[in-house]
Each structure stands twice: as structure tokens, then as C-alpha cells.
Design a protein around this ligand. Sequence first.
Ligand code: FAD
Length: 436
Amino acid sequence: MSKKISIFWFRRDLRLEDNIGLYHALQSDYPVLPIFIFDKDILENLPKDDARVSFIFNQLESMRNTLQEAVESSLALYHGIPQEIFKSLLEDYEVQAVYTNHDYEPYATERDTKIQDYLKDNNVEFHSYKDQVIFEKGDVLKDDGDPYVVYTPYKTKWKSIFDSKKDLKTYNTKKYFKNFIAHSRLPNLSLSDMGFETSKIKVPNYTASAKVIQNYEDTRNYPAIENGTSHLGPHLRFGTVSIREITKRAISEKNEVFWSELIWREFFMQILWHFPNTTKNAFRAKYDRIEWRNNEAEFEKWKNGETGYALVDAGMRELNTTGYMHNRVRMLVASFLCKHLLIDWRWGEAYFAEKLLDFDLSANVGNWQWAAGSGVDAAPYFRIFNPMTQIDKFDKQKEYINKWVTDLQELTYPDKMVDHKMARERCLKTYKEALS
Ligand code: FAD
């Protein structure tokens, strides 16, 4: 048995600075072993060139280098089932405590409960912190203690309890880097050790510059504008940037609209926390009575961007090529799938989960249910986007369309797979029957 240590377990917080759980671990009385576990059960279901796995891997590598240079330390990488990895860590070290940050998804909370129990049985403390959001779980509740299910009053309450001094405190971890364990050949891995390869798709850097935030309202609705939005999605998802830092920027640039988007993220996170069954069931139960057509051949056309509706196709092709799709177009393709094709939102949600670099269960489910009309704060079901007039509104010069649908003028470009008027009426009839 070697010397006493604390462990810091990285998950959705892949950064060394302003990381609350890490800050607390480094303040403990023992040297800190930082670890990351590539969860076998999760990796098993991903394609071998998954871009998110490459992104995580590269970020860990860069953190390893930083620690090596700063304090001749490193970060231990494991590939396995978390509980088994902890078992072997307890055999190799005298572990006093494990530190980490909260992860709110149902799979993660179940995993953490099991690990916490296992550690407790072995007299090891488990400390977990709020880090990836400003407000979590039951932090923002109605006066009667119920969770909010409508965004605007949620946001009002969020802002009323927000205290920038307290909630945006920076956690300076650098000061304590010397408390990391000395690097004595900590376990390393390569992507190929796990059966993965480097993806051709790269996660772009985010662009939360003053200019992008200041112009956000003017640019955010137009998919052809290059940095019209921040591209923060994957960075907030994997914690390569701190939400406190980004919120500070939103406030200092005085951009309420941008800030509101960050609050939407927390709104959907608390919805998932309070209503975990919404990953499978409609939030408004009667929407599960809808008789989806679920035509598989039509689903394939939608996935491949071959619907014959240029803006829908541009979006799907952007997604398939880059792992990103502009929010305006996400709203349209989601509406098209659920309403024009009457395909279950769960099918679309699963496809986005597979493809999006910024896939986040709470935002994905929340926004898909919004598009289907079945979710919290969803638009009335009879508001159906017209895929033609959406072009006039958001891509009038067809710059975005021409970028992604290069065959638009060619004979091979498919005819519209469904007539808009017919699809609209069919949708209204189907929804009406289910909901009445
Ligand atoms: P910006 O416009 O720059 O916004 C900044 C940040 O605010 C985003 O990175 C995100 O963290 C947050 N945000 C913005 N809009 C929303 C929103 N509607 N809901 C929740 N958070 C928001 N977002 C995800 O992060 N993961 C998903 O899996 C996801 N799936 C979606 C599915 C559908 C059908 C739709 C309509 C939207 C989805 N969104 C999702 C929301 C939104 O489209 C993306 O957050 C946004 O496009 C990401 O680009 P950005 O970082 O440049 O955003």
C-alpha cells in the first residue's frame, strides 16, 4: 500500500482552471491524483471515429501537457467500467477522498450513487460540487416549491436570486497545482488502445468575443453568417470553458439575449432533473397518443438531406458533414420531421444525439419536445413552420443553402418528398385526433 491520496475525477469539466471540484480537491490534505475514465459502456455504442471521443482525448492530452510543464505531474487515463476502475484504484492507493463535479443526466446520477456507496463501504469520502451551471436541480423553484415548466418566469426567478459576486466567483486552481501527485508514470492511453481512431471532424473553437456577443441579436438568426453565434455548445457540454466565465462576458457586454440563451440551457437541465422520464415520454402525456407514421424510407431521406426542401436539406447536410447545425435550421428540420413527416420526435432526437458535437441530453430532448409540441413551454402544435417562407426570412440570398446543397440546380436534386399543404393538413388532423 502506497501513500495517502485524494482523487479528482474529471467528467464534463475538462479544464484545469476555474473548476470548483478540482479547487476543493487541491485544498485537501493529500496529494491529488487526477483521473479520467473512458466509460466502456458508453464507448461501446459510438462509431469508432466519433468526433466527441477525439475531442475529449485531445483535451485530456493538452491537460496532461500543461500539468507536466507546470508541476511535472500528469493525469491518469483509464478505459473501463467506472466502478471497477475505482476498485483497482483502492487496491493501489490509500485513497482518502474522491472529488468530482455533479453530472445531472440519469445515467450519471445512477452511476455516481453506486460509486458513492461503494466508496462509503470502504471508508472513502465522496465530494461532488455544482460546477457546470450557475443554478441546478432545485435552486430555482416557484414560491410553492414546484419546479418551473415555463421559461420566462423561470428566467425572472433565476435573475432575482442571481448574485454575481457569489455566483460568478473564480476558483483559482493554479495556485495549488503543486498539490497534484508527482508524476510516477500515471496510466496513459491512445485512441487506438480503445479501438477508436482520430475523427476527421474537428470541434471548432468557440468565438465568444466581445464582437460576437455584442452583435448577437443581429446575427444569431442567419445561418449564413459565419460567427453569428458563439459555437460554445461542445465547450459547455464538455466543460472546456467555465460557465461562470461565459456568463461574466455576457454581463460585461450587456447582452441580455445571449445571456438568456445560457439560461435556456439551465432551464432544460433542471427540467431533465425534475422530470427524467421526459427522455422517453412526452412531457404533456396526451401527445403520446399521436399516431406517428414513422415511415423508415422517409426518415432516411430526412437524415441524408434529400427531402427536396432546400433549407431542410442544407441543415441535415451541414450536420452530417460538420457535427453542427445552426439553431434556426435545427428548429426547422425538427418541425419538418415531426409535423410534415409525422415521424416520432424520439427518432430525430436519437439521430441528433449520434451526430451533434454539442449533444446534451437535456437540451436535445427539451428542444425536440418543443418542436413536436409535446414539451415544456412548447409552441402550440398548430404553428407549423413553412420550409419555403423560412428561406425568405433567414436565408434570403440562399448563401447557406448554396453552401450545403450544391446540387440544387441539378436534375439529380430530389423533388419535394411531400406537398407542404397536404402535409400541414395531415399533421393538424393527426394531432387534433390525438389531443381531443
Ligand atoms: P449560441 O447561440 O451561441 O448560444 C450559446 C449557448 O447557449 C449554446 O452553446 C447553448 O449552450 C445555449 N443555448 C442556446 N440555445 C439553446 C437552447 N435552445 N436550448 C438550450 N441551450 C441553448 N443545444 C445543445 O447544447 N445540445 C443539443 O443537443 C441541442 N439539441 C437541439 C435540438 C433541437 C431540435 C434544437 C431546435 C436545438 C437544440 N439545441 C441544442 C439548442 C441550440 O440549437 C444550440 O445550443 C446552439 O445552436 C449551439 O450553437 P452555439 O453554441 O453557437 O449557440
